[in-house]
Write a protein that binds this ligand. Structure first.
Ligand code: F6R
Length: 238
């Protein structure tokens, strides 16, 4: 796991969008693993701009998203909706090539990913409690795609997208930690000082209390953090 400190969230988005675009150019039928949330938004915006400018086609690209809410009454809050709005509807990807984990038989997702040849590049954000996808603290490192319960901290964080905290779904279907670890390349993005504690803990070695720490065992993972996180961690040492 390689940690890189970059000046700003904007710079990180430039670097990560460049990596996505260069992969699609090198391998037009590549498999991308994608995340939702605030973190990858700027990256997706830049992917859209660069795909247009550089005439890069996503026609043969297949995507597998990390997770989807269960029992979500508000369509506009679904991760499918988020991805359509913020990426898929703005590039030439075929909708049938974009996948979300199924509610019934979640384990079939792992088989589907495998049968496509595996994820070439997985994009990740991180929760304040160290979760990746919806693998909350305590999730076994060998977990495959499964139904997960959201922690109180995550429900509270995600309530910013809803009118009230009661609307936030309590469960989701999520890739497991072992699913994520099978990706050939992983990029985790973390920006803003409220992610400092999670980043600090994940770099302290393997611990199921910090699910993202499993990435210490992956041989092609880059973690991009911004200066706000660096400054916050340094301030604790003074
Ligand atoms: C989203 C996902 C989550 C988020 C994490 C950070 O698909 O899997 O793990 O990456 O909760 O969310 P933001 O980016 O909104 O801070």
């Amino acid at each position: 796991m390689n940690v890189k400190i970059i000046d700003s969230a904007e710079e990180i988005a430039k670097i990560v969008s460049d990596r996505i675009i260069s992969l699609v150019k090198e391998k037009p039928d590549c498999i991308l693993g994608l995340a939702t949330g605030s973190t990858p938004l700027q990256t997706y915006q830049k992917v859209i701009e660069k795909a247009k400018k550089q005439n890069v086609s996503f026609l043969k690209v297949r995507t597998f998203n990390l997770d989807e809410y269960l029992d979500n009454p508000i369509k506009e809050q679904s991760y499918r909706y988020f991805m359509d709005e913020n990426l898929f509807d703005k590039i030439d990807i075929k909708k049938e090539n974009t996948h979300f984990p199924p509610f019934e038989n979640p384990a079939a997702y792992d088989e589907e990913i495998l049968s496509c040849g595996g994820i070439d590049l997985q994009i990740l954000g991180i929760g304040r409690d160290g979760h990746i996808a919806f693998n909350e603290p305590g999730t076994p490192f060998d977990s495959m795609t499964h139904i997960a319960s959201l922690d109180e901290k995550t429900i509270k964080d995600n309530s910013r997208f809803f009118e009230s905290i009661d609307q936030v779904p309590k469960k989701a279907v999520t890739m497991g930690l072992a699913t994520i670890m099978k990706a050939k390349e992983i990029i985790l993005i973390a920006t803003g000082k409220n992610k400092a504690e999670a980043i600090y803990k994940m770099t302290q070695g393997l611990d199921t209390k910090t699910p993202a720490s499993i990435l210490n065992k992956h041989n092609n993972t880059t973690v991009y953090i911004d200066n706000d996180i660096r400054k916050e961690i340094e301030s604790w040492k003074q």
